[in-house]
Design a protein around this ligand. Structure first.
Ligand SMILES: *Cc1c(COP(=O)(O)O)cnc(C)c1O
Length: 455
């Protein structure tokens, strides 16, 4: 498959470049030049496959010039061995709604689904290229843990994870900082998630630095992550066996919900995608009335969604502008100046596929409480926002993506229902193991120097 950048689609790229680089040199995001669209007959052929088989079929559409289908199938199987569910994900009921449980991987959040795959994809790449790669990633809590778990102990790979000091849950931090492998480095930045992300971005755009260390990124703009997430939309549609289906997706960087949009563009009969946000509601304001103006980030009970500028939204901007990269580049300039209002005609197009809602802190706690009392289900605060958004929009017949295991956010569940969920046994050890992380100032040079001193 051929890829282009959202800001200049005159140049073409291979899957390998797209995967290893993450972000295009012009600052744009990679998208396929054209997409395979499944018709209903082709869809019905996928219907009875298991999760790994569906995954192989879907991902192979995007990666066949990089890895053969046979090797891909092996790699996917290997990626999901550590999951506590045979079928990787699980669909359960919560009242009239369905929950798509995506948190059965090794670090208890949906990010494992894509990240375990990516870790093995790096290994595959390095088996063919004599190189050492340094992965650098900013995390609001879950990406880092998932990436560390996927990369730890792999040869010719180091991973540096920047998290905002004291702004993630203690369990989120411990899952990252108790890993003892020598290729894992945790940095706590004295700032918020956007500060961490800005440091990583400025290191990437310093081409001399980033090339000198073979720097690579695994954040949610990486196309390989998106396609691995597209799979569970297909899987859920087949399992539920309905004519069409809607999803409510707790959203931060617009990665997971964009994967659903991609599934729809590939022909999956998705009706609506609900973009569910916490008080950092820029995407809700954007989708409901076109207001894409970012405000200061608020710390909430659902830290993995405490994001103001959702990187993956650029891909949607590109598609709703009929793949016009000049137009997209212009809009992204406005976004940078924080002065983008979505045009009326574009908003109409967005609203054909998307709805949105936002839940504040009080509402999130009440949803956790109510669902515990009525359904005896403990929701993590991110999933609670997804359930709350579906409730507010009176969408009873819809699938809510359950993005994290409640035991990962004991502080939140404790304040809602006076109860802390137990961590799964294989993670109990993180609670009392020594933590290892370096606190650094919110300063790119300090981070660069730290990285140079370690490689
Ligand atoms: C990352 C994350 C989200 C947000 O996903 P995006 O792809 O950034 O929109 C939601 N919930 C949890 C638990 C997460 O870790």
């Amino acid at each position: 498959m051929i890829y282009v950048s959202t800001r200049d689609n005159s140049k073409e790229f291979s899957f390998e470049e797209v995967f290893i680089k993450g972000l295009a040199d012009d600052g744009g995001l990679y998208v396929p030049k054209s997409l395979k669209k499944y018709n209903s007959q082709e869809l019905s052929k996928l219907k009875n496959l298991n999760y790994n088989e569906i995954s192989t079929e879907i991902i192979n559409q995007f990666s066949s010039d990089f890895i053969s289908k046979k090797e891909l199938s092996y790699l996917i199987k290997k990626s999901y061995l550590k999951f506590r569910e045979n079928e990787v994900v699980k669909i359960s009921n919560i009242g009239e709604l369905k929950l798509l449980e995506l948190f059965h991987g090794p670090t208890l959040a949906f990010k494992d689904v894509a990240m375990q795959f990516i870790g093995n994809l790096y290994e595959y790449y390095l088996s063919k290229n004599d190189k050492k790669i340094n992965i650098v990633v900013a995390t609001s809590g879950d990406t880092g843990a998932a990436a560390i778990n996927a990369i730890q102990g792999k040869s010719n790979l180091n991973i540096f994870v920047l998290h905002p000091n004291n702004r993630i849950s203690s369990v989120q931090r411990k899952i990252m900082t108790t890993v003892e492998e020598k290729n894992v480095f945790n940095i706590a930045v004295e700032g918020n998630f956007d500060d961490c992300q800005n440091i990583v971005k400025s290191m990437f755009s310093d081409l001399e630095f980033s090339r000198s260390i073979n720097m690579s990124g695994v954040n949610s703009i990486n196309w390989a992550r998106i396609i691995a997430q597209t799979v569970y939309y297909f899987y859920t549609y087949f399992k539920l066996n309905k004519k069409s289906i809607s999803f409510s997706v707790p959203t931060g960087n617009f990665g997971d919900v964009f994967a659903g949009y991609l599934a729809k563009k590939m022909g999956l009969p998705i009706d609506k995608l609900i973009v569910a946000t916490n008080e950092n509601d820029i995407l809700h304001r954007a989708i409901s009335n076109g207001d894409y103006i970012s405000k200061k980030v608020k710390e909430t009970l659902s830290p993995s969604m405490d994001i103001q500028l959702a990187s993956n939204f650029e891909r949607l901007i590109y598609y709703i502008n009929n793949s016009n990269s000049e137009k997209t580049a212009e809009i992204m300039k406005k976004v940078k100046q924080n002065s983008y209002q979505i045009e009326k005609n574009n908003l109409d197009i967005i609203q054909k596929d998307f709805l949105s809602e936002s839940c504040n802190e009080q509402e999130t706690l009440e949803i956790i409480k109510k669902n515990y009392e009525i359904n005896n289900i403990v929701l993590d605060p991110h999933t609670a926002v997804g359930v709350g958004a579906a409730n507010k929009l009176s969408f009873n017949d819809c699938v809510v993506l359950s993005t994290a295991h409640p035991s990962k956010f004991p502080e939140s569940t404790n304040s809602a229902i006076n109860k802390r969920e137990k961590l799964p046994n294989e993670l109990q050890h993180v609670l009392d193991k020594n933590e290892n992380f370096q606190i650094l100032k919110n300063n790119t040079d300090d981070v660069k120097n730290f990285i140079k001193s370690k490689i």
